[in-house]
Each structure stands twice: as structure tokens, then as C-alpha cells.
Design a protein around this ligand. Sequence first.
Ligand code: TXA
Ligand code: MG
Length: 341
Amino acid sequence: MDTKIISFYEKDFEKCVELIKNNEIVVFPTETVYGIGGNALSSEASLKIFDIKERARDNPLIVHVCDYDISKYVKNINENAVKIIERFWPGPLTIILNKKDIIPDEVTAGKDTVALRMPNNKIALELIRRSGCPIAAPSANISGRPSGTNARRCFEDLKGKVKFIIDGLESEIGIESTVISLVGDPIILRSGYITFEEIREIIPEVRFYEKINSKIINDDVLSPGLKYKHYAPKGEMLILKGDREKIGNFIKRNINNFKKLGVLCLSENFEFYKSVDEGVNVVDVGNKDDFNEIGKNLFESIRRFDDLKCDFIISECFFEDFTNAIMNRLLKASSHKVIIL
Ligand code: TXA
Ligand code: MG
């Protein structure tokens, strides 16, 4: 199959709408990361997504909607759900509620709950609206790889597997939505762009799922996605917590152990690491304390180390708080390897 990157304004956009209507799969932009999507009311379409992505069958998909009327898809829309939707939709916040039968079991991987989100992206909303159905879409990458945040990276993973990738430039946010279960007590299952503090302003009793950052190996989790490897570059990754001088010394001591060493760092430390050893491949993720910039660049930066063919990557520790979305992604990308210097 040929894979074509198209723009929203091309005639081919209409073909994408037709494909979704025919239970075929299309890659499209959202404000968080790109999605690989199909008709969320079709088990056939959702099974295709699992196959293309090589996704574990027990890991449910997020259903993307283009309007506020979710009563067709879920039961028990409680007060918390109404508050969250009013405050954060359209936007990077996914809610989990009890599903109605119209949502196939294949989409929710057999769960009786479903994840719903209204993306804040014109192309995504238009695709959903014109297709006339909600769109089930996980991030547009092969499972285990960093999420795609531009059409080129989605193409890298999915060429030959989908007909169209709709180009929506760089994802504005670059990290995935926050996932919150509102079925019982409100509980955040995945940290994301919307922070715990922002949610606590409207739901004071909200809490973080205690396994949000743990390296889980058993089946006993509220959100199946927590079990799997995520966001990883091809080389091995390690987070070093310490000042740049200590990290520089660590690099000097270890550089000969690797074929090609990469360093992921803040912009202000870019020149410093370049000066440590000329063999180091330095990628700059953004300015210190600029959460939005680092988030926007994170997955693209991690994928740069694949382009550079780095077999080992050292990342600075950008924030103290490992539960924020950036540190959560970095922790998973490095398979939880952190050394405190
Ligand atoms: O920003 C995003 O959320 C992006 C864009 C494309 O919208 N999508 C995304 O999807 O990140 P995905 O499939 O990569 O992650 C969905 C997460 C998984 O960790 C999954 O386990 C969890 O949501 N999830 C989905 N439905 C669930 C459910 N019913 N109960 C618990 N967790 C659920
Ligand atoms: Mg994903």
C-alpha cells in the first residue's frame, strides 16, 4: 500500500472521510500527538488499528468526539464528568465512564468503560464531523515507540500500512492527554498536559493512581497501557539526576563504552555538553522550566537519537516531580533507569 501525506485542503481529505466511513484507517493530527484512527462504532475498524500498531489487544482505545453530546456512548454522566467537560473540552483531557452497548468491546478491550476525548484541533474535529461517527484513535506510532508529533514521524512508523496521513504540522502540545477515570472516585490514570493541580481546582478530591509511574509487570492495573513499554528510542536510555558538571564527568568516564552516545539536555546546557567530548551527540529539548516547550519537543527529540544512530542516550532530569507528564514519559522511555549522581 502506498502511503501519502496530504494536507487538509487537498481533495484527498474527502477520501479520508470516505475511508473512515468504510471502516478503514487514517492518520490525523490532534493538538496532543497524531492519532491513528477508525470508526469507533465498528469492531472491524478498531481491530485494524490494533493490527497496524502492533498493539496489545487488552489495551483499550480512546474514542474521539466532535461535540458535547456523549450520552449516546456512555451511561451515568455524573457531576464530575460535566464539570470536567465544561472546563477542559475541547482539549487534552480524556475521561473514562461506563460505556453503552453501541461502543464495541473491541474498542474498549472488553472493559465496560470507555475513554472519551474531544480534541482541540480543527482537522481532527472536521474529520470526525464529516465522517459522521466518533473516531477511535491511539497515538500514531508502532507500540512501544515515541508518539508521532508530525506527519514525517508518523510516516516513518506507518508507511505502507495506511493510505493517508493528514499533515497538521507539529503537534501544538506534543504529549498525550491526561486520562481520568470518573466511574467511581475520580482518579488520574495517566498524567498529561492538564495537570493534577488544574483538575483539583474543580474536583478537590481527585487523586493520582498510585501505579502511575511504577514499573508494573503484573496484570493488576486500572489502565492496561501502564503495563507496556512506551516512548522508547532504539538505543538504551538513562536519566541522570545531578548538575551538569557531574553529568559531564560521567560522560567522560563512560564515553568509550558506547558506539555513539547521545545527550538530551536543556537549551542552556547544549554548548556545555558539546564541549565535554566531540563524540557526544547533543539534542536540546527546550528551555529550563518551560514545560510547554519541553513537552512539545520531547518525542521528536527522542526520535532524533534514532536518526543519529545512538546506541546509548543520557537524559538530564528536567523536573524534580516524576509524576508530571514529561518526567513520566521520560521515565518510561528509559525503562525506569535513573541514577542520582
Ligand atoms: O492525547 C491522546 O490521548 C492521544 C491522541 C491521539 O488523542 N491518544 C493516546 O492514545 O494517547 P493511546 O492509545 O496511546 O493511550 C490511551 C491510554 C492507554 O494508556 C489506555 O490504556 C488508556 O488510555 N485507556 C483507554 N481506555 C481505557 C479504559 N476504558 N480504562 C482505562 N484506561 C483506558
Ligand atoms: Mg500511545
